[in-house]
Design a binder for this molecule. Structure first.
Ligand code: AP5
Ligand code: MG
Length: 217
């Protein structure tokens, strides 16, 4: 179905990386690796990694590069990544992009495509502050754009829906600033590598998802 299997989803908070990655993983069998989801899970379980990451995640700052890179390297070397993967939220700094290369080399892989999701600032803020997530299966909903059928309950698994603490207006704005300063330079970096494709992430997911499939064929 797809010609490109080793993927990075890039773009600001709220651009739809996680939403589209969930659909793509469901339909393609590629493994969805969201560093944000991994950190939230570790924090929720009270692990050592979760304790180290908590302050950064809660405040909207970035977890140190060595910590996140080591975690991603270990995740990528698991056998379920053999058919391919979607890295969602990693890399997020030029240094992380540099660390990803040897990690992929060690498992005999290289990136096929970096999909860059673009959306205007006001829409990002609107989406983030209205996002709700299933506490059991991590499916994404939105109070404004894609509400669940029953208030507060996941359509798929009946889990309880919650708002991420870092989706408060102030922290969302901080995350967008951190993105601009530390992550946006990756657009140029991957454009220079010749593997960047930008898609319009401001449309509904019913429009954006087929566009993403098209660029991966
Ligand atoms: P992370 O979880 O990666 O958060 P983020 O980058 O801020 O991205 P979001 O999840 O907010 O945005 P998204 O693009 O996935 O949007 P979504 O699809 O949900 O990271 C959280 C924290 O972990 C970081 O702040 C940091 O502390 C730490 N961290 C993670 N990775 C790290 C790294 N590599 N290095 C260091 N630290 C790291 O969509 C948002 C909303 O909009 C949803 O409600 C959705 O339903 C709706 N929506 C999405 N697309 C559409 C659409 N097309 N139409 C209508 N509504 C839509
Ligand atoms: Mg996400």
């Amino acid at each position: 179905m797809l010609n490109k299997h080793n993927l990075v989803f890039l773009g600001p908070p709220g651009a739809g990386k996680g939403t589209i990655a969930q659909l793509l993983a469901r339909d393609s069998g590629l493994v969805h690796i969201s560093t944000g989801d991994i950190f939230r899970n570790e924090i929720g379980s009270g692990t050592e990694l979760g304790k180290k990451a908590r302050g950064y995640v809660d405040s909207g700052g970035l977890v140190p590069d060595d910590l996140v890179s080591e975690m991603v390297g270990a995740r990528l070397s698991r056998p379920d990544c053999t058919p391919g993967f979607i890295l969602d939220g990693f890399p997020r700094t030029l240094n992380q992009a540099g660390l990803l290369k040897p990690a992929l080399c060690r498992i005999g892989k290289k990136l096929d495509c970096v999909v860059n999701f673009e959306a205007p600032y006001d829409l990002l803020v609107k989406r983030l502050t209205a996002r709700i997530i299933c506490s059991k299966c991590v499916t994404n909903y939105n109070r404004l754009f894609s509400p669940p059928q029953k208030d507060g309950v996941c359509d798929l698994c009946q889990g309880a829906l919650y708002s991420r603490p870092d989706d408060s207006l102030d922290t969302a704005i901080d995350r967008l600033r951190v993105y601009k300063e530390q992550t946006e330079p990756l657009i140029e970096y991957y454009r220079d590598e010749g593997i960047l494709v930008s898609v319009d992430g401001s449309q509904s997911k019913e429009i954006t998802y087929p566009m993403v499939l098209e660029v991966l064929r």
